[in-house]
Design a protein around this ligand. Structure first.
Ligand code: RTP
Ligand code: MG
Length: 137
């Protein structure tokens, strides 16, 4: 069964949106197989967002994602990688459809509430970065 890595970013945790976000994926029918509240180190942040290291916003991205605790999760289900991305909404919340997480709860691209793996390769890589095998049930 397909698995993906989702994370409530520091802005979502600060705004008390963990429950709301978990609830959406539970109600959709996906299964939560791993979860933890954690502080991301600068090293892990740079590794996680490695594909963006040449981008002008990389420094701000690393600073933001390490600015407070995040809620890291692994979800399982049919087509969960692409459907979770659809449920998250566009990267820029100004373009995200109402009914999506970013469409309903965010305004700016720098603080867009949630992360989700964008492909099977990213999902495998990111689950491995954030979770040990024994942390998944
Ligand atoms: P994420 O990786 O966080 O789930 O977001 P995403 O796939 O929708 O977007 P991605 O292209 O991977 O960008 C990662 C994060 O970088 C920030 N960003 N800022 N200032 C900008 O133009 C800009 N572009 C991207 C966003 O916070 C985005 O979530
Ligand atoms: Mg991305």
């Amino acid at each position: 069964m397909e698995k993906t890595f989702l994370m409530v970013k520091p802005d979502g945790v600060k705004r008390n949106l963990i429950g709301e976000i978990v609830s959406r994926f539970e109600k959709k029918g996906y299964k939560l197989v791993g979860a933890k509240l954690m502080q991301i180190s600068p090293e892990l942040a740079q590794e996680h967002y490695g594909e963006h290291k040449e981008r002008p916003f990389f420094g701000e991205l690393v600073e933001f994602i390490t600015s407070g605790p995040v809620f890291a999760m692994v979800w399982e289900g049919e087509n969960v990688i692409s459907t979770a991305r659809f449920m998250m909404g566009a990267t820029n919340p100004a373009e995200a459809t109402p009914g999506t997480v970013r469409g309903d709860y965010a305004i700016t691209v720098g603080e867009n509430i949630i992360h989700g793996s964008d492909s099977p390769e990213s999902a495998e890589r990111e689950i491995g970065l954030f979770f040990k095998e024994e942390e998944l049930v």
